[in-house]
Design a protein around this ligand. Structure first.
Ligand SMILES: *[C@@H]1O[C@H](CO)[C@@H](O)[C@H](O)[C@H]1NC(C)=O
Ligand SMILES: *[C@@H]1O[C@H](CO)[C@@H](O)[C@H](O)[C@H]1NC(C)=O
Ligand SMILES: *[C@@H]1O[C@H](CO)[C@@H](O)[C@H](O)[C@H]1NC(C)=O
Length: 373
């Protein structure tokens, strides 16, 4: 970092130029002799994200992958018809396969608990505010986490949900233990993937969840024993529910009660930098969801959509782009300081497939009445 004043600015400039240069070429090998700019951009990437490679061969391989990912970012840029920008990210030296291995989770198919979807609110006609951003409630949204080498987006999304609801309901701000959710689940192989609802089941089964400080996160695949009994609990849930697959209802629930978890197709995220991703079902299959994140708000962007080459002149007028705000678990160096935005109103990347939330409850709150004998 100390070598160059603002590596990320330089990088953005260089990469913009590069993307033009390699537009349309599918494989890194097609590039012929590697342009100096590519090597320069790769060097900056290494500095920005602290990457080093053990051998010259490995360095060459990663450079190839990097070039391939730049070309892929360019393709995503052409496909997107929101305001998103794609390019160099902390994952630019990983192949699709490696990225999927590290960050994807098991494809959700058939493993959903048999429970009905509840309506978002007792008063469905109630209007939804134009914007909502739970990040503005100081302390409600915990810091951005980083999964590292652990496929535990599902546990991190669940933890964020519980923390936010705990803070909003009781004005007590806690960091809950993701490691407990990984160690104490039914399968005991938390880093190999799971579902948000399994994390909530674990909290129910453990009668609460410990704090992150007591029971800290260890990003690796080694099976851990469940140490839930060793630590005090700091948050409890009464149950969890599935919301309707309707974005209006989801917005209403979010605005009324707080952040919820969703599980989406992460195809556009690896090379995402900023802006609102708007994809078609044909380019981002809403049935294939493989990544969980925390929905923390929504709003509308007044700026004109990009990808003007593919839209009709009619839709080129400035228009507002409604979006969701999501908290990711890939560190704060990724995306919009760890967050990203998806278009709202078109089931972008399957966002309505599994909207799930816990409902928090203090264990000492007793009903006012009991059944008379
Ligand atoms: C950079 O990575 C090396 C290992 O490759 C590590 O020892 C070092 O602490 C890292 N530096 C920062 C600033 O993260
Ligand atoms: C939660 O964790 C963050 C990051 O480690 C820390 O800055 C914050 O103080 C913690 N909050 C509480 C309530 O412990
Ligand atoms: C619930 O917790 C107990 C230990 O307290 C464990 O043996 C059991 O497997 C857990 N059940 C589920 C469904 O997670």
């Amino acid at each position: 970092m100390a070598l160059i004043a603002h590596p990320s600015c330089l990088l953005a400039l260089l990469v913009a130029g590069l993307a033009q240069g390699i537009r349309g070429s599918l494989m890194a090998q097609d590039l012929g002799p590697q342009p100096l700019e590519l090597k320069e951009a790769f060097k900056l990437f290494q500095i920005q994200f602290n990457r080093s490679y053990l051998t010259p061969e490995e360095h060459a391989r990663r450079l190839d992958i990097f070039a391939h990912n730049l070309a892929q970012a360019q393709r995503l840029q052409e496909e997107d018809f929101g305001t998103a920008e794609f390019g160099v990210t902390p994952f630019s030296d990983l192949t699709e396969e490696e990225f999927g291995q590290l960050y994807g989770h098991r494809r959700a198919a058939g493993g959903v608990p048999g429970m009905g979807r509840v309506v978002g609110s007792e008063a469905p006609e109630e209007s939804v505010p134009h914007t909502c951003d739970w990040r503005k409630v100081a302390g409600a949204i915990s810091s951005i986490r980083n999964q590292g080498n652990c496929r535990c987006c599902w546990a991190m999304a669940a933890a964020g949900n519980i923390e936010a609801l705990w803070g909003i309901n009781f004005l007590e701000f806690v960091n809950v233990s993701v490691q407990e959710l990984l160690d104490c689940g039914r399968c005991g192989d938390g880093c190999h993937g799971g579902y948000v609802w399994e994390a909530f089941s674990t909290v129910l089964n453990n009668s609460g969840v410990a704090s992150e400080r007591d029971y800290p996160f260890q990003a690796n695949f080694r099976p851990h024993r469940c140490h839930a009994k060793m630590y005090n609990k700091v948050a409890w849930i009464q149950d969890f529910i599935f919301l309707p697959d309707n974005e209006q209802r989801i917005a209403q629930y979010l605005a009324t009660y707080g952040p919820i978890t969703v599980t989406i197709n992460m195809k556009y995220l690896k090379l995402y930098q900023k802006g609102v991703i708007k994809a078609r079902p044909t380019t981002c299959d809403p049935q294939f969801v493989d990544h969980s994140a925390l929905l923390v708000g929504f709003g509308s962007d007044k700026s004109e959509g990009m990808g003007a080459e593919t839209v009709s002149s009619q839709s080129r007028h400035p228009r507002s782009t409604p979006y969701w705000i999501l908290k990711n678990s890939w560190g704060a160096q990724w995306g919009e300081e760890g967050y990203f935005r998806l278009h709202r109103g078109s089931n972008t990347c399957g966002i309505t497939k599994y909207p799930v939330t816990a409902r928090v409850q203090k264990p000492d709150v007793k009903p006012q009445f009991s059944c008379p004998p």
